[in-house]
Design a protein around this ligand. Structure first.
Ligand code: AMP
Ligand code: MN
Ligand code: MN
Ligand code: MN
Length: 288
């Protein structure tokens, strides 16, 4: 079976491989295509797309956005086939980036209150780029001797409900879907159920609301998706006209147990998504 991976992170957010290195790894593994879906930013796309052209491997330019639904917690959306230079999207992302910077300041202040002052410069060095996230704070906590591993730092301090958890202002999923569509992208619900609270029946209801808001697809393959839940979601997705997608959510050394291309995602799924994408393009951008 030909395989693809439509969810992966690079040094442009909280992954450890550069975009070109990630594309090289995808090529070595024999994947048919790989999507770059860094959190909240488009900065890795140009390098990844160029390496894809060089190696003859299809690179799908994407993003992962965190959105929020009151009571349900966090919903992550992937945008696929984004225009890396889209001015409207870039302006909206700059606003998102500001909420992240503000959250990070409050997070470091909270850690200092808890007796763990971290040097903001050191945290920024862990990130090596503009998108600074909790994984980088976790690495700094490990370096400072406040946690044994990144996972331990989350479990003790950084996860929701833990002493240093700080809420971030996030958009609604409807807003994120609209912004991604306006930039010519498809929208995919990432790792359904992973970060949601609530019963599965309630989550299926939420899926129907997202489908009405224009959601295009849903990840039915992801390392943290339980097979019985994936089967229920697949049936519901088919009923709602949502296309299947999937990927590894690879982060490199930042999540060493995750491997690019695992679990396997069939290459046919890419063609289903591509057909939907062409149907969504405004007339002047549609290939003849
Ligand atoms: P942020 O967007 O800055 O709030 O950070 C969220 C990121 O932290 C997620 O995308 C994951 O990559 C990472 N993360 C969340 N929970 C954990 C965990 N328990 N262990 C390791 N990494 C985590
Ligand atoms: Mn991440
Ligand atoms: Mn996610
Ligand atoms: Mn991800």
């Amino acid at each position: 079976m030909e395989r693809i991976d439509l969810h992966a992170h690079t040094t442009a957010s909280d992954g450890s491989l550069r975009p070109a290195e990630l594309v090289q790894l995808a090529a070595r593994l024999g994947l048919r295509a790989v999507a770059l879906t860094d959190h909240d930013g488009l900065d890795g796309l140009a390098e990844g797309l160029a390496e894809g052209r060089r190696l003859g491997l299809e690179v799908v330019p994407g993003i992962e956005l965190s959105t929020r639904r009151d009571g349900l917690g966090s919903l992550h959306l992937l945008g696929l086939w984004l225009e890396p230079t889209d001015a409207g999207l870039r302006a909206w992302l700059a606003g998102q980036q500001a909420t992240r910077v503000e959250r990070n300041q409050r997070l470091l202040a909270r850690l200092a209150e808890l007796g763990m002052p971290l040097d903001p410069q050191q945290v920024a060095r862990q990130a090596g780029g503009p998108v600074i996230g909790r994984p980088h704070v976790a690495q700094a906590l490990v370096a400072g001797g406040h946690a044994a591993t990144v996972a331990d730092a989350f479990a003790r301090w950084l996860s929701r409900g833990r002493p240093a958890y700080v809420e971030r202002v996030r958009p609604s999923p409807e807003e994120a879907i609209e912004v991604l569509h306006r930039a010519g992208g498809l929208t995919i619900l990432a790792h359904p159920g992973l970060a949601w609270r609530g019963e599965r029946a309630r989550q299926l209801g939420e899926l129907a609301a997202l489908a009405r808001a224009g959601l295009d697809g849903i990840e039915l393959r992801h390392p943290e998706l339980a097979p019985d839940w994936a089967a229920d979601l697949a049936a519901e997705a088919a009923r709602l006209g949502l296309l299947p997608s999937g990927g590894s959510d690879f982060h490199g050394a930042a999540k060493p147990e995750i491997r690019l291309g695992e679990p396997p995602v069939p290459a046919e799924w890419l063609e289903g998504l591509r057909a939907r994408r062409i149907a969504r393009l405004p007339d002047h951008r549609r290939p003849c």
